[in-house]
Ligand binder design. Structure first.
Ligand code: 0X9
Ligand code: ZN
Length: 305
C-alpha cells in the first residue's frame, strides 16, 4: 500500500520501500543504484513498467528532494511510486507506452541532516564542505546550463550558493546522467519542490519563453485544472523566469535543454509555521492532490508525444 502518508519517512525507509516494491513486483518494478551521495549514501532509482518487456519506451522522469527541507516533495514522489506500482491496472494507460523512472531523494545527505535535529530542520543544500566554515551547494543552481549567470550568490555560506563549478556535487551528477541517459526517450521531466503552489516551466534562467511555450503551458494547465477540479486548490502556471524570478543552473532548464520537450518544477503548497513543514496530518491530502496533477499532466504528455 501507500507509504509515508502519515509521517515523513527517513531516507532508509524510502529505500527499503522501493526495494520491497521491486521484490513484490519483480516483472514490472526495478530498482537500480545510480550513484553515491557525498557522504556515501546509496542513491537508487525505481523504474516502473507494465511488465510487457518492451524496451526503449518513452519515459517520464521524476525526482524530488534536491532541496533537503522540502519534505512534502519526497512524500509526494513516494506516493506517485505507490500509485504506479500498486495500482498499475488502474493506471494501465500511464504505463502502456511509457516507463516511469523516479529518483525519490536527490539530496539524501541533506535530507538526513534535516531529520537529525530540530536545529537542522530547514537546511536546503547538499553537505559537501566548501571551506572551513561553509558547507553545501544549492543543487538547483549547480547544473551546467547558464550556470551561475543569475539567481545565485557567490558566498559559499549562502543558501543559494551555486557550487565552485557546475556539477561539483555527486548528487547533481546523478541527475545529469539520468537525464542524459534518457535523452530522446524522455518526454517529461518533473522535479518536485516546495513551497508555492506552482507548476513552472522553462526557461528559469531568463524571463524569455522557449518557442514551444504553448506546449508547456498546455500540459501544465492540464495539471493545474485537474487539481482545481478535484480539491479547489489553485496551482499557478507559468514560466519560472517570469513567474518567480530568474534562476540559472536549475535541473528543469537542464532537462529541457537536453531534449525533454516537457520539463516542470512543481512547487507544492506551504504548510506549518515555516511554510516548509506541513504537519504530518496534512501529508495524505497534499500528496493525493499532487498526484491528481501529475496524472493529468502525464496523460496529456502521453497523448501529445
Ligand atoms: O529556487 C528554486 O530552486 C526553486 N524554488 S524553491 O523555493 N523550491 O527553492 C524554483 C526553481 C524554478 N526553476 C528555475 N528557475 N529554473
Ligand atoms: Zn526547492
Amino acid at each position: 500500500g501507500h507509504a509515508g502518508t502519515d509521517r515523513y519517512y527517513t531516507f532508509d525507509e524510502i529505500n527499503r520501500y522501493i526495494e520491497d516494491l521491486a521484490q513484490q513486483y519483480p516483472s514490472r518494478v526495478f530498482v537500480k543504484t545510480v550513484g553515491k551521495s557525498y557522504e556515501g549514501r546509496t542513491m537508487k532509482t525505481i523504474r516502473i513498467t507494465n511488465g510487457d518487456g518492451r524496451a526503449k519506451k518513452n519515459v517520464i522522469l521524476m525526482d524530488g528532494g534536491i532541496h533537503a527541507r522540502e519534505w512534502i516533495a519526497h512524500a509526494a514522489v513516494l506516493y506517485a511510486i505507490g500509485e504506479l506500482s500498486n495500482n498499475y491496472q488502474k493506471h494501465a494507460q500511464l504505463l502502456q507506452d511509457y516507463d516511469w523512472v523516479i529518483l525519490p531523494v536527490v539530496n539524501p545527505d541533506g535530507y538526513e541532516f534535516t531529520q537529525l535535529s530540530a536545529d537542522n530542520r530547514f537546511w536546503r543544500k547538499t553537505r559537501q564542505p566548501i571551506n572551513e566554515s561553509c558547507i553545501g551547494t544549492d543543487g538547483n543552481r549547480n547544473f551546467d546550463f547558464h550556470w551561475n549567470e543569475t539567481g545565485a550568490y557567490w558566498d559559499p555560506c549562502s543558501t543559494i550558493y551555486p557550487g565552485p563549478k557546475a556539477f561539483s556535487e555527486p548528487e547533481t551528477i546523478v541527475v545529469r546522467d539520468l537525464i542524459q541517459s534518457l535523452a530522446g526517450r524522455g518526454k517529461m521531466y518533473l522535479t518536485l519542490h516546495s513551497y508555492g503552489q506552482y507548476i513552472l516551466y522553462p526557461y528559469g534562467y531568463t524571463n524569455a519563453l522557449p518557442v514551444t511555450w504553448r506546449d508547456l503551458e498546455e500540459v501544465a494547465r492540464a495539471g493545474a485544472n485537474a487539481i482545481m477540479e478535484a480539491t479547489g486548490t489553485r496551482y499557478k502556471v507559468g514560466c519560472s523566469g517570469s513567474s518567480i524570478y530568474p534562476i540559472a543552473g536549475a535541473s528543469d532548464d537542464y532537462a529541457f535543454n537536453a531534449g525533454f520537450p516537457i520539463s516542470f518544477t512543481m512547487e507544492l503548497p506551504p504548510g506549518g509555521a515555516n511554510k516548509f513543514d506541513p504537519p504530518a496530518s496534512d501529508i495524505d491530502r497534499l500528496v493525493k492532490e499532487a498526484w491528481v496533477g501529475i496524472e493529468a499532466m502525464a496523460r496529456k504528455v502521453i497523448q501529445k508525444y
